[in-house]
Design a protein around this ligand. Sequence first.
Ligand code: UDP
Length: 237
Amino acid sequence: MKKETYLGVNVSALPEQAMLEVIKSRVQSGEQSTVIAVNPEKFIASQSNETLKRLINHSTFQIPDGIGVILASRLKGGTIRSRITGVDFMQKLLKLATIEGYNVFFYGAKEEVVSKAVKSAEDTYPGIQIVGYENGYYNDEDALIKRINELKSDMLFVAMGSPKQELWIERNMSRLNVKVFQGVGGSFDVLAGHVKRAPVFYQKLGLEWLYRLMKEPKRWKRQLALPKFLLKIIFNK
Ligand code: UDP
């Protein structure tokens, strides 16, 4: 599958629709797929965290989340031009699940958040089969795996923050009959309406980071990843 590599970290270079088609055909042939969103913060963390780098590079799809990845691709002659956030890709997968009749399971976030996220997805995608959910503080792993399998879940969203959610997926995927896994971080909080996305105006201009900075000034340290990442891209041959 088409990839671009920056600082040793892979990013999928397929348009969103093409990725969804590949996922659909992999489900048909019984192959498992994993989806992870990559952003400058993860590129930087991967430089000193081999586990994170492995989790990213071993995923089937690394979606380009954030303006940083697009800028890197432009600077290095790549072809990635549209950002795909984790929460947007999740919505596309929910739509695919509705059309194809895949069973969906949500795991992660606080009880009130995940239950609201399920309701909101059911309102947005009439007919969707969300067969079950569990909050992210439940940790009887064996019982949960059994339940997810018994419910014949095809698609599993895990929202426990990164890399906890990816480690969980890596550890358990071989004993799950699930076909599509996505680690979605704070996306259940967004679906539940507990965390607001930036207005479309900011999203279109690639300035979601600015909006989030204004709302949560404490984030500035995390956001240093963007300039750090771009400097590394420019100066690393
Ligand atoms: N969370 C969880 N179990 C844990 C730790 C965190 O379910 O043991 C949830 C938390 O309630 C929140 C989400 O994981 O809903 C954290 O998302 P965050 O925004 O930190 O993730 P990021 O998108 O930054 O990776």
